[in-house]
Design a protein around this ligand. Structure first.
Ligand SMILES: Cc1cc2nc3c(=O)[nH]c(=O)nc-3n(C[C@H](O)[C@H](O)[C@H](O)COP(=O)(O)O)c2cc1C
Length: 211
């Protein structure tokens, strides 16, 4: 018998650091497992989504090199560069995005601004949530990215979880890209994991309005 239920929305989890070594993939794994393993106490039907990683280090886009302003492009075939056409097709696939965002010098890494600037209509009206991390949680980085996402007309979830490295030992480990032991058994960021799920609920409420 065929099912009439709506398809599960596909959400892109964007790894916004490209340096080697780095901890961003570990933070992305923590966010993904928090969402996937959350046991809702407040809802019988918690939001469902398929989460898929988009690693900017793997995409390795060159510095923006399109001749036309992306907001003027209505069809991805009209981009001049093959890497832009591929990036456009990738971003078109998703109903919404989770940005996993470090803070660099009180701002966000250049690699994510470059990746955003390549496109416009692919981002427009799509819901997003931002999870930042850093010595103090990366809130300056998150605030700046939020402004940019507003600029490409995305709908950003109000809840913006900020993961502060608990002490200098973890900060030094993160800088070296060491294993931060963020697995299921870890007690780190217990409260912040609630924020992650709240932000995800915000995100999925925005996604449901677009389907
Ligand atoms: C270029 C650079 C600048 C940084 N600036 C900040 C900063 O402004 N605030 C902060 O809390 N941490 C800062 N850090 C430390 C990062 O939070 C930490 O290295 C983290 O591991 C970066 O994420 P990544 O490993 O995924 O790249 C900076 C790190 C780098 C590489």
């Amino acid at each position: 018998m065929s099912s009439t239920s709506a398809p599960t929305p596909l959400i892109g989890v964007i790894v916004c650091s490209s340096r080697q070594p780095r901890v961003c993939p570990q933070i992305a794994a923590l966010v993904t497992s928090t969402i996937e393993n959350w046991t809702s106490t407040s809802s019988d039907s918690p939001p469902r989504a398929k989460l898929q990683l988009i690693d900017l280090a793997v995409w390795n886009l060159p510095m923006f090199d399109e001749p036309t302003i992306p907001s003027q492009i209505k069809n991805y075939c009209d981009y001049a560069q093959p890497h832009t056409r591929a990036w456009s097709q990738e971003i078109q696939k998703y109903a919404g995005f989770i940005f996993i965002l470090p803070q660099y010098n009180w701002g966000y890494p250049a690699v994510i601004k470059n990746a955003i600037d390549y496109l416009f209509n692919e981002w427009r009206a799509k819901p997003a949530m931002i999870v930042s991390y850093g010595g103090h949680g990366g809130t300056k980085s998150a605030g700046q990215l939020r402004q940019v996402l507003d600029g490409v007309n995305m709908n950003v979830a109000e809840t913006m979880p900020a993961l502060a490295f608990p002490d200098r030992t973890v900060l030094v480990k993160a800088a070296k890209g060491d294993d931060l032991n963020l697995g299921e058994e870890s007690r780190i960021w217990t409260e912040e994991r609630k924020d992650i799920y709240k932000a995800f609920e915000d995100l999925m409420a925005l996604v449901s309005k677009t389907l």
